[in-house]
Design a protein around this ligand. Structure first.
Ligand code: C2E
Ligand code: MG
Ligand code: MG
Length: 621
């Protein structure tokens, strides 16, 4: 039961009988209720509207308006409709009671009134009323809380939605990034492989479907990158990417594999010419220079083309064959395209086999050095040797360096091989110096050793050189290192420093195959070079071709002007010798004097030296 304080309860008693009013008013007042009385219906209605009672005790039978009517009017008024009405009546008729409830009464007290009953019913009714009020208050509070929670939930929902959207955006970006190249925005290897796999499957279901893969590699990109800096290199790659896109149809895909390698997937072509035409178009586009930061940069590309065929079951095979064809294009002089065929594949397999053998050769020590004499043309005397490597393959016999040195450079094996041969050559000269100590000229002979650019780029190269000189006991001034022109392109200045340290050890430096590379006068002046070896190709043509003769003349003059010596390579005929002497070339080397000789051959030559040397080697004169 809800407890309450009776003073707060306002009860209106309506009865036309003054006695009844009095008894009820007294009884209820005695309990502490605030009591008002009305003698008829109209007064009751006015009183109820003026000050809302908490409960009305309403007599049914009254002269003007009866209780039912009063109750109905109370219920019809929005102000008073909720006031509980307990009917009072002497009538004990069931029908009246029903009516009393029908018009909105909540309880019924029969007359004559039992005080206790009245109090209990009033109390119950008030308690009920209060309970109602409490429930509706609780309901309201609940409603407010529900509304607040709904607003909170809405806010949380909105922020969740924002978070989900953001996550979706990040996820989409991650997916995009994982399939695209950060620098150029082109597709990357993953996207390409996915698309190629799809194309292969599509072609398996549609036998007439034709497609091709173009593997594009920029020529000399490394030189551009190294000489003009990486940011220019990057800009060039972006410009090339844009150009490539312009050469394609909308459904073709161009991807960057990394570095200066791009791949194009031509989907749904109608003939082989469609692919070669694009190859031509790309060559044409790249031929015009790219203007980057006000500088005109020239580039070109080697392209390998492979056509889809039912033999291909995965993307890696196609990419491999396009790559093989691209290498072929490079080997055939760059700036061109080549179409893949099976013969290329066989050759690549052979090359792979060679690479395996080369790795074993290093371990099994299958290399030997041959030594080609270098001659002073003016004094007709031997001044030194060039050490030239030979590979004694257990089954294939002697393999010339042109067949394995490029491979050794590509695979990095040149570092190990180069170190071995540098030591071997130094040791050999030292041995000859000791063995032929009685011949004074032998002490001044020099040993030329070819050094690959990768060797020079090793930070520990000087340390290795020092160790070799120390272990072999050879004086540095007996050694001459042959380097290629490309080594001199050295924007970071590391090579310049290495070359300076080489010179500090009295070791001489030669530029090998001079005239075939990219050296400029400024490079030559900047580096401590002692002599230039004129490439064999110029000497070969010298007697037939005026232009080559002029080139040889210019190189000799250039060498002299810069305080260097010139050494002619590949002197084969007496005419060439005469011509070179006439041009003032100091040194020469070639089959005219001697082929590269094995160690034992050099020893028998030195044994005749200088006595009877000229009889054995008449061309030295
Ligand atoms: P290179 O350093 O320019 O060596 C000269 C090449 O010309 C040698 O070929 C030599 O045998 C050849 N040659 C000399 N005189 C004549 C001639 O009168 N006529 C003709 N037709 N050829 C002549 P080889 O030994 O086959 O070496 C080829 C290239 O391989 C070398 O060119 C050099 O670049 C590289 N190479 C050889 N040995 C080594 C080495 O020990 N280390 C490195 N890094 N490269 C080497
Ligand atoms: Mg050489
Ligand atoms: Mg050479």
């Amino acid at each position: 039961m809800i407890s309450f304080s009776t003073q707060d309860i306002n009860i209106l008693i309506v009865d036309d009988m003054a006695d009844n009013l009095k008894v009820l008013a007294n009884t209820l007042s005695a309990q502490g209720y605030q009591v008002r009385c009305a003698k008829n219906g109209s007064t009751a209605l006015r009183g109820a509207s003026a000050i809302l009672p908490d409960l009305i005790l309403l007599d049914i039978k009254m002269p003007d308006l009866d209780g039912y009517e009063v109750c109905q009017r109370l219920k019809a008024n929005i102000l008073t409709c909720n006031i509980p009405v307990i009917f009072l009546s002497a009538l004990d008729d069931v029908l009246d009671k029903v009516r009393a409830f029908e018009v909105g009464g909540v309880d019924f007290i029969s007359k004559p009134i039992q005080v206790k009953e009245v109090l209990v019913r009033v109390k119950n009714q008030i308690a009920l009323q209060l309970a109602h009020a409490k429930i509706s208050q609780l309901n309201q509070e609940l409603e407010i809380r529900v509304q607040q929670r709904t607003i909170e939930l809405k806010t949380v929902n909105q922020s969740l939605l924002r978070e989900i959207n953001e996550r979706q955006r990040i996820q989409q970006k991650l997916v995009y990034d994982s399939l695209h190249d950060g620098l150029t925005g082109l597709g990357n290897r993953s996207l390409l492989m996915e698309r190629v796999e799809w194309t292969i499957k599509h072609a398996q279901r549609h036998p007439d479907y034709m497609y091709a893969l173009l593997f594009i590699d920029l020529d000399r990109f490394k030189v551009i990158n190294d000489s003009l800096g990486h940011s220019t290199g990057d800009r060039l790659l972006i410009a090339v990417a844009n150009s490539l896109q312009k050469c394609l149809r909308e459904n073709d895909l161009v991807a960057r594999l990394g570095g200066d390698e791009f791949v194009i997937l031509l989907d749904g072509i109608s003939s082989i010419e469609d692919a070669t035409m694009i190859g031509d178009r790309i060559q044409g586009k790249l031929r015009s220079p790219f203007e980057l930061k006000g500088q005109n940069i020239f580039t070109s590309a080697s392209i390998g083309i492979v056509f889809g065929s039912p033999d291909y079951t995965n993307a890696a095979e196609l990419l491999r064959d396009a790559d093989i064809a691209m290498y072929r294009a490079k080997a055939k002089g760059k700036s061109r395209y080549e179409i893949f065929d099976m013969a290329m594949y066989q050759e690549t397999l052979k090359l792979l086999e060679l690479e395996n053998h080369l790795r074993q050769a290093v371990k099994r020590n299958e290399f030997v050095l041959h030594y080609q004499p270098i001659i002073s043309l003016n004094h007709s005397k031997l001044v030194g040797f060039e050490a030239l490597i030979r590979w004694q393959h257990p089954t294939k016999g002697s393999i010339p360096p042109v067949e394995f040195i490029p491979l050794a450079e590509d695979t990095g094996l040149i570092l190990e091989i180069g170190e071995w041969l540098l030591k071997e050559a130094c040791q050999q000269l030292k041995q000859w110096q000791q063995k032929f100590a009685q011949i004074p000229q032998v002490a001044s002979l020099k040993m030329n050793v070819n050094i690959a650019s990768q060797q020079l780029q090793q930070p520990e190269f000087i340390q290795k050189l020092d160790r070799i000189l120390q272990e072999t006991g050879l004086n540095g001034n007996c050694l001459r290192l042959e380097i290629t022109e490309s080594v001199l392109i050295d924007p970071e200045g590391c090579i310049q420093n290495t070359l300076k340290q080489i010179r500090e050890r009295n070791i001489k430096l030669s530029i090998d195959d001079f005239g075939t590379g990219y050296s400029s006068l400024s490079y030559l002046r900047r580096f401590p070079i002692d002599n230039l070896k004129i490439d064999r190709s110029f000497i070969e043509q010298m007697n037939y071709d005026l232009e080559n003769l002029e080139i040889v003349r210019v190189i000799i003059t250039l060498a002299k002007t810069l305080g260097m010596d010139a050494i002619s390579e590949g002197v084969e005929t007496p005419q060439q010798l005469q011509q070179l002497k006439a041009l003032g070339c100091e040194f020469g080397q070639g089959f005219l004097f001697s082929k590269p000789l094995p160690s034992i051959g050099v020893e028998s030559m030195l044994a005749h030296y200088p006595k009877s040397f000229n009889e054995n080697y008449p061309n030295f004169n």
